[in-house]
Design a protein around this ligand. Structure first.
Ligand code: ZN
Ligand code: ZN
Length: 341
């Protein structure tokens, strides 16, 4: 029996259509990829530092460096010029101004973020915060995206070396705007942050909460679009990831490591993407002086993790509806039965 569920932030419908005969772990990749720990031609491996430009920032460890931010070798957007938008009749065009950085998650090849020691995962999260804070000072940027592509079918590049990416954009992406609008709308109707409301509700029901520590909750969202979709949400309300206190960042690192370890064990190192959703940079908007007035109260940063186990096809593209063959409750149960150590 299928069920339609509406996402409380985006207003988007999903169809949860579980097949009884299918166990959640049947989505596991049949052929997990095994990589060597060092590749002679990988520019991110420890020992190959001369192949890349000097790091923009790095966190050191007793053995050398723990993680480092590098300029992307083939940046999608470049930082050199000013953002100017022009019209070509009905079309808009702008120079590709922005920034693109690679966060190299340790010097060892082929390892997953889940396999790194907790201290090193925490270093990666601390470096994310540092770089996002720094890039936010550039007034040409309106939005900062931090994401990770893990595995070839999730868009991981040529080298299977653990890394995440930051892209600074001179515009606010439409999908981000939909999320912001959803949060603002909920706030204007209820006077509350929708993410705080979700946390409160989920903490009462428990059936979609996978794990929590003092600072963060890991949950499967009520209207999950994809099997094993997960959110990591800080317990204390905060719109911006930059400026998050260090204990919360360390709490996120622990939640991320444990969650990825469980996913990897249950689904045999599946390909996945995660995206850090933080409030956009509050640049003045002409004609809308009050535009950002409620953002601090209505938005709540969080990390969204999506294993790439199913493919988005014609129905989804045509309708914006998603069909999810694993209920979030079933996904939570399967992950809870899996060890995270
Ligand atoms: Zn490497
Ligand atoms: Zn909140």
């Amino acid at each position: 029996m299928s069920e339609l569920r509406k996402d409380p932030v985006m207003g988007r419908w999903v169809i949860i259509s579980e097949r009884r005969s299918q166990r959640p772990d049947q989505f596991a990749d049949a052929f997990p990829t095994v990589c060597p720990l060092k590749q002679p031609d990988c520019p991110f491996c420890a020992g190959n530092e001369e192949r890349v430009p000097p790091p923009i920032a790095e966190i050191l460890s007793p053995e050398g460096w723990s993680c480092r931010a590098l300029p992307a070798a083939s940046p999608i957007l470049r930082q050199e010029s000013r953002f100017e938008e022009h019209r070509l009749g009905m079309f808009h065009i702008a120079a590709g101004v922005g920034a693109h950085e690679i966060i190299v998650e340790g010097g060892r090849h082929g390892r997953s973020l889940a396999d790194l020691p907790l201290q090193q995962v925490a270093d990666v999260v601390l470096l994310w915060e540092r770089r996002l804070t720094e890039l936010g000072k550039d007034d040409r940027f309106k939005h900062l995206m931090l994401f990770k592509n893990h595995g070839p079918t999730a868009g991981e590049g040529t080298y299977r070396h653990p890394h995440s990416q930051i892209i600074a954009l001179p515009v606010t992406p439409a999908r981000v705007k939909d999320k912001l609008d959803g949060a603002k709308e909920y706030f204007s109707q209820t006077g509350r942050c929708v993410f705080c409301a979700i946390l409160e509700r989920e903490s009462r029901e428990k059936e979609r909460i996978l794990w929590e520590n003092d600072h963060c909750v890991v949950l499967t969202p009520y209207a999950s679009r994809f099997p094993f979709e997960l959110w990591i949400v800080p317990k204390t309300h905060r719109a911006d990831f930059p400026g998050t206190p260090e204990p919360v960042l360390r709490g996120l690192a622990e939640a991320l490591k444990r969650t990825l370890a469980r996913l990897s064990r249950l689904l045999h190192d599946p390909p996945y993407n995660f995206i850090l959703h933080s409030a956009p940079l509050r640049r003045p908007r002409e004609g809308f002086p009050d535009y950002w007035d409620t953002l601090d109260r209505d938005y709540h940063w969080h990390l969204e993790l999506i294993p790439r186990l199913t493919r988005v096809a014609g129905f989804e593209w045509g309708t914006g509806f998603y069909i999810n063959p694993v209920s979030p409750e079933g996904a939570t149960r399967a992950l809870q039965e899996t060890a995270d150590g």
